[in-house]
Design a binder for this molecule. Structure first.
Ligand SMILES: [Zn+2]
Ligand SMILES: [Zn+2]
Length: 154
């Protein structure tokens, strides 16, 4: 497979290459292939580990992932089931994988170099927003109107 740099948007989504890494730069990676299910998640694991009200996830084919530089550290957040990858030096959150699933890798969109300008990463699904801090759904978060009408306890 030819090494293609993504630059802007050459529209062959199957062979797009994206680069990313952690804040200190020790962990770097490339992911190749189409974006799957870009979403945010406000579950307890996402918010407690990140120190933020939610995390922004994007799926990629596992066989398109290459760690360059230092490998991430992994924390089993659901022992035996799922693990979260992070930089052992700066602590940046980078990835999630299911043990036994070698088909897909979850990448935190914020770890991708061009996440602010890549339209393919825009979340299309708001996962477990009901678990988020209540002010989040009241302050213009994407989908906040739908979230507040969907939750009868609000
Ligand atoms: Zn780092
Ligand atoms: Zn989550």
């Amino acid at each position: 497979m030819p090494e293609i740099t993504v630059a802007d948007s050459d529209s062959d989504s199957g062979s797009e290459v994206r680069t990313g890494g952690c804040l200190c730069g020790k962990v770097r990676f490339t992911v190749t292939g189409p974006v799957d299910d870009p979403h945010i998640c406000a579950c307890t694991h996402c918010s407690t580990r990140s120190g933020a009200p939610f995390q922004w996830w994007v799926g990629f084919p596992m066989d398109g992932l290459k760690w360059t530089g230092t490998d991430p550290n992994w924390f089993d957040n659901h022992p035996g089931k799922t693990a979260r990858g992070f930089c052992g030096t700066c602590g940046s959150h980078l990835a999630a994988r299911d043990h036994g699933n070698d088909m897909a890798i979850g990448i935190l969109a914020t770890a991708l170099d061009h996440h602010t300008t890549d339209p393919a990463l825009a979340p299309t699904n708001l996962n477990r927003l009901a678990e988020a801090a209540p002010w989040l759904t009241a302050t213009g978060c994407p989908g906040s109107a739908a979230a507040s009408t969907a939750d009868p306890s609000q």
